[in-house]
Design a binder for this molecule. Structure first.
Ligand SMILES: NC(=O)c1ccc[n+]([C@@H]2O[C@H](COP(=O)([O-])OP(=O)(O)OC[C@H]3O[C@@H](n4cnc5c(N)ncnc54)[C@H](OP(=O)(O)O)[C@@H]3O)[C@@H](O)[C@H]2O)c1
Length: 402
């Protein structure tokens, strides 16, 4: 099996080397090819591929977009590109941890800046960062850095901006992983100086995933964008940093589009919308006399364990095709009704994001002195909902959990 995969990757790599620089491939084949070659390509082919592969134009359902790949930035090129830079990574939470360790493993000169003796400081020490060598307080790290990677929480970016802004002198680069602070500058006050490059790389996943995919030799997909291009090199720098932090491939976007789509997505299908839909379906089943286990299995367990992974692997038609004729017929009919019912809610949500209402709510919530207790209370309420208590029992029955 492994050797079949290797020879497939070899054939694919050689085919790519022989084809023109700009290719049109489907999204799925591009992604599959990227992960196959990344995982299995032999060294000799790797250098051939690196020389010949370039930025790709990928046809996303009729819309052609450029996609930038890790193979365009092999490690030697990254080390050469950043040889005069000190990357001052500020904040060591979810993203700071993942991006910082990946940068360090890639051999770049990275230092961490966090509050002395806070939770992040202690975690950084545990991860091998050394106080006074590559672990400093925030302001000191910024002074030492040529590229300042602001990975504080979005609320902390607002709070610390008055102290950080004067340190962002000409020649430095400011990096974010979310467009939140500069796009909503009226609320955050984060208005970067015009004479420095301001760039973004936003991994499409948690910092933990940024790290685990990197360690597995894979890479997360990220978007990148330029806010200020003071040097004429901002875009290139963003692509290089995107690869350096562990991205497998990168899509170009703008700060505005990144933050609008991100806030919208997480409130919608990624988290809030799906939770609301689970709750509504479960409640109706329970009110109609179904048991908690039956209601949970038909709402969540089958979705996460069987059907959603099929969508992830090969798309919605693949999932439909894998189901019974009965399920397929009803699901296709009802999807149109759900779409019609939900679209007004999604429109309302997008407006709420774009007008800054969601930002205001986030900043107000994160700025409360009892924020952590309030958050924990909400988590407790969710944990204690019947649906999620039933879920715990259902999960315990999975063979791997016994
Ligand atoms: N998490 C994700 O899944 C994800 C994904 C993509 C992009 N992003 C973006 O990445 C950025 C970082 O997010 P994150 O989730 O990694 O953040 P996080 O886990 O909430 O990390 C917060 C960091 O900010 C520090 N901090 C908080 N308040 C501070 C203050 N007043 N002064 C100094 N430091 C303070 C914390 O230090 P202490 O330990 O000392 O409190 C910690 O190091 C954000 O822009 C976020 O939108 C996040």
């Amino acid at each position: 099996m492994a050797s079949a995969r290797s020879s497939r990757a070899l054939r694919l790599a050689l085919k790519q080397a022989a084809t023109p620089r700009v290719q049109q491939r489907t999204f799925v084949s591009a992604v599959q090819a990227a992960s196959r070659t990344a995982a299995t390509k032999p060294a000799a082919v790797s250098s051939l591929v690196q020389q010949t592969r370039g930025v790709k134009t990928v046809d996303f359902a009729g819309d052609k977009e450029k996609v930038y790949e890790r193979d365009d930035w092999p490690r030697d090129k990254l080390l050469e590109y950043f040889k005069n830079d000190t990357l001052a990574l500020i904040g060591y939470g979810s993203q700071g941890h993942g991006q910082g360790l990946n940068l360090r493993d890639n051999g770049l000169n990275v230092i961490i800046g966090v509050r002395k003796d806070g939770t992040s400081w202690k975690e950084a020490v545990q991860d091998g960062w050394v106080p006074g060598t590559n672990l400093f307080e925030v302001e000191e790290a910024i002074k030492k850095g040529s590229i300042v990677m602001n990975l504080l929480s979005d609320a902390a970016q607002k709070e610390t901006w008055p102290a950080i802004k004067p340190l962002l002198t000409k020649g430095k680069t400011l990096y974010f992983s979310h467009g939140f602070s500069p796009v909503f500058k009226d609320q955050t006050g984060v208005e970067p100086p015009k004479d420095i490059d301001v760039i973004l790389v936003a991994p499409k996943g948690s910092g933990r995933t940024v790290r685990t995919l990197f360690r597995e030799g894979r890479g997360i997909n990220s978007s990148f964008a330029v806010f200020n291009d003071a040097t004429g090199k901002a875009e290139e720098k963003a692509q290089a940093l995107g690869v350096a932090i562990g991205s497998g491939y990168l899509y170009k976007t703008t700060f505005e589009k990144e933050v609008y789509s991100d806030l919208y997505g997480e409130r919608g299908c990624l988290m809030g919308g799906i939770h609301g839909m689970f709750l509504a379906q479960y409640e109706v089943l329970r009110e109609a006399g179904h048991s908690p286990s039956e209601a949970f299995n038909e709402t969540v367990e089958e979705a996460t364990q069987s059907l959603y992974p099929l969508i992830g692997q090969n798309g919605m038609d693949y999932m439909y095709a894998a189901c019974s004729t009965t399920a397929r017929r009803g699901a296709i009919d009802w999807s149109a009704k759900f779409k019609a019912a939900l679209k007004p809610v999604f429109n309302e949500l997008y407006d709420s994001v774009k007008t800054g209402k969601e930002t205001a709510r986030t900043l107000e919530y994160a700025g409360r002195s009892d924020y952590r207790q309030a958050f924990e209370k909400e988590m407790e309420e969710i944990r204690e909902m019947e649906i999620w208590r039933a879920g715990k029992a259902v999960r315990s029955l999975r063979p791997e959990n016994q």
